[in-house]
Ligand binder design. Structure first.
Ligand SMILES: Nc1ncnc2c1ncn2[C@@H]1O[C@H](COP(=O)(O)OP(=O)(O)O)[C@@H](O)[C@H]1O
Ligand SMILES: Nc1ccn([C@H]2C[C@H](O)[C@@H](COP(=O)(O)OP(=O)(O)O)O2)c(=O)n1
Length: 230
């Protein structure tokens, strides 16, 4: 149940970055719900682009081939934290973008500068519109560093790889935690090592290690950071 704060947070942007399984989505949605803010999952946008490329038969390891198809993209994100949506080319892909195929292809697709430039423009447009209406929580890998460097609140979430893998495997109903950890670490490596907008702790970002904290505790900590500035 939403309990929007009576306070006006017009113009507020909360940027939440971190590696896979650190708790970005659940924390961001919880914070947005508690404070009556909107929510943007930029990872879902990269996943939707990846799903579209795979379905179009594009070789996702070929950056030039991926870049050539960018002008055909149409991505739409719904920003209700209780019911976020993601569409590409008019198709709802909320379920499909969590597949193993997309997990394996999303980091190389996300490293293609043309993909990032195209999504950056879209992300900034959504953020500007929603921030003006009352504030937004945005999660991803480069939100505090590139997408919204002027965000009033920046958070860098981490957790030990073993904890991240356990969480992700539990969420997906998987039993092979070791394989899940390998897949997360492989993505971390590409996401942190790419030339354009790598995963980094942005200047001024508060580092929260969520390994030994419950989701509610992490949400409390982020809400406290927001309360300090807005
Ligand atoms: N602090 C936490 N403690 C335990 N489990 C958590 C915590 N934060 C998130 N989770 C769980 O871990 C899984 C991955 O979290 P998610 O928010 O999707 O991470 P990310 O968006 O960073 O990949 C989800 O099932 C979520 O409920
Ligand atoms: N701002 C962003 C968000 C995601 N990405 C890329 C890199 C990530 O491995 C994929 C998927 O992101 P997503 O947040 O959905 O991944 P997890 O749910 O944390 O596993 O997208 C990115 O490059 N920049």
């Amino acid at each position: 149940m939403s309990t929007p704060s009576a306070r006006t947070r017009t113009g507020l942007v909360v940027a939440i970055d971190g590696p896979s399984g650190s708790g970005k989505s659940s924390t961001s949605r919880g914070v947005a719900d508690r404070l009556g803010l909107r929510y943007l999952d930029t990872g879902a946008m990269f996943r939707a682009v990846t799903w579209w490329m795979l379905r179009a038969g594009v070789d996702v390891q070929d950056a030039a081939a991926v870049a050539a198809r960018v002008p055909e993209l149409e991505v739409k994100s719904g920003t209700d934290p209780l019911a976020p949506t993601i569409e590409v080319g008019g198709t709802d892909v909320a379920v499909e973008i969590r597949s193993d195929e997309v997990n394996a292809a999303v980091s190389p697709v996300s490293a293609v500068p043309e993909v990032r430039a195209w999504l950056l423009e879209l992300q900034r447009a959504v953020i500007a519109e929603e921030a003006a209406l009352g504030g937004i929580v945005v999660e991803g890998r480069d939100i505090g560093s590139v997408v919204a460097p002027d965000a009033q609140v920046k958070v860098y979430l981490t957790a030990d790889p073993a904890a991240r893998a356990l969480r992700r495997a539990a969420e997906e109903g998987g039993t092979d935690v070791a394989a899940t950890e390998q897949s997360l670490l492989a993505r971390d490596k590409i996401d942190s090592g790419r030339a354009t907008a790598p995963l980094v702790r942005a200047d001024g970002a508060a580092h929260l290690d969520t390994t030994h904290h419950t989701l509610d505790e992490v949400i409390d900590q982020v809400v406290a950071l927001v309360d300090r500035v807005a």
